[in-house]
Design a protein around this ligand. Structure first.
Ligand SMILES: [Zn+2]
Length: 168
């Protein structure tokens, strides 16, 4: 790949990338192709948005701590819902959703699991997978669990723009 600034050949390495563009603090993508040029230019090759965000969402709904505000917002947006629509569909007060997302109020465990189920249904996840999550993951969601889980998402299964040429 040529550098868009100076047109030199860029070097490439596969590395773990802290994906802050997701709007979440704790998402890391493994095996991301990162191109660097001697001039200082850097290009990070991140696969196209929608599928990647669903991979992230599916990792989030498996966590054993309650959803934090940023995660609730991420799941809602990834479902394509405004806070108003989510309120209409679930009967949860709009102001409550705002307080969860702003981090001024913690979500309760029943509401948390309800949102996870809504997300799984919205994404068309197969019934067997949902049942497995309900039976194996949901009982392990503990309100007292520390909310500092680092999510590392493997993007190896996703199509990439180019294959990384290992620099000689
Ligand atoms: Zn350059």
């Amino acid at each position: 790949m040529k550098c868009p600034i100076c047109n030199s050949e860029m070097t490439c390495k596969k590395s773990t990338y802290h994906y802050q563009e997701s709007g979440l603090d704790n998402i890391y993508l493994s095996d991301v192709e990162i191109y660097n040029c001697a001039c200082g230019e850097e290009f990070v090759s991140i696969p196209a948005g929608a599928d990647l965000h669903t991979l992230i969402g599916l990792d989030i709904v498996k966590k054993n701590a309650l959803l934090n505000g940023k995660e609730i917002r991420f799941l809602r947006k990834n479902m394509g819902l405004t806070a108003k629509k989510l309120s209409e569909y679930t009967g949860i007060n709009n102001a409550t959703i705002s307080r969860w997302e702003n981090g001024t109020q913690s979500i309760s465990k029943p509401h948390d699991l309800y949102l996870r189920l809504l997300y799984l249904t919205n994404k068309g996840i197969p019934h067997d997978t949902i049942r497995h999550l309900i039976e194996d993951n949901f009982p392990n969601v503990k309100p007292e669990a520390k909310n500092t889980i680092k999510h590392t998402i493997s993007i190896q299964s996703m199509p990439q723009t180019e294959n990384c040429q290992i620099a000689s």
